[in-house]
Write a new protein. Structure first.
Length: 231
């Protein structure tokens, strides 16, 4: 039996007989035709339900194991869920592309981060959230890396998480352009990979102290560390 999402993009359900698949929907944005296609395929294969996930996906629940390959072929989409030590997903709010309260283009920035990082192997799991205004609908303060849009640009937060030891992220930098925000996320990812600690970023920051974390990050040279890895 298929037991792991990494094998065929399917997860075993509570009944121990059926599976769920969740195609990747970048930013949780899909057109009516794509939505109708998912519904039609789910109905064709007698799915028990469709579930909107917290990661902006649509899980097709209660499908037979022999239908999994056919469903993926018919969808023509990539699996949307990851487990283990990876970048899980980028949660994105509507931002100024759709929302009257949006101060920045969270959709544009979030999709760039999703394309760059979704599923990347890391020392430990990592989640991102991008919000177009301070209402923070994508919960960036509870993500390992959170980004909030303001009238002056982007604010980058680090070290948030939920779970059994919830932690509110701390502000790392403010008033950043799109390119500056992308650059600091690039640096953070390389820094976390270089630390190679099997802990959530917030717990690492607690151990190091936030001031030392900022100092270490400021001194960190991605180019130097990449050269060392390739030496």
């Amino acid at each position: 039996m298929i037991q792991n999402i990494s094998e065929k993009g399917a997860t075993l359900q509570r009944d121990k007989e059926t599976y769920a698949v969740a195609p990747h929907i970048p930013g949780g944005i899909i057109d009516p035709q794509g939505l109708r296609k998912i519904a039609d395929i789910a109905e064709k294969h007698h799915a028990k339900a469709l579930k909107l996930t917290s990661g902006g996906r649509i899980a097709i629940i209660g499908i037979a194991p022999e239908d999994i390959d056919r469903i993926w072929d018919e969808l023509g989409m990539q699996p949307g869920g990851f487990t283990g030590p990876r970048i899980r997903y980028v949660k994105i709010c509507p931002g100024n592309a759709f929302c009257k309260r949006g101060q920045q283009d969270s959709v544009g920035l979030g999709l760039k981060l999703d394309e760059r990082y979704r599923g990347m192997k890391m020392p430990f799991k990592l989640k991102m959230g991008v919000s177009g205004c301070i209402n923070s609908c994508s919960e960036p303060a509870f993500k390992d890396i959170g980004i909030i849009g303001t009238t002056h640009g982007w604010k980058v937060l680090v070290g948030g998480c939920a779970g059994i030891r919830p932690r509110i992220a701390q502000t790392l930098m403010e008033d950043l352009s799109d390119n500056e925000a992308l650059a600091i996320v690039d640096k953070l990812i390389l820094y976390i990979k270089a630390l190679d600690q099997k802990k959530r970023l917030g717990h690492l920051i607690e151990e190091m102290g936030f001031d030392r974390f900022k100092e270490d990050l400021a001194r960190f040279s991605p180019e130097t560390n990449i050269k060392k890895e390739n030496a």
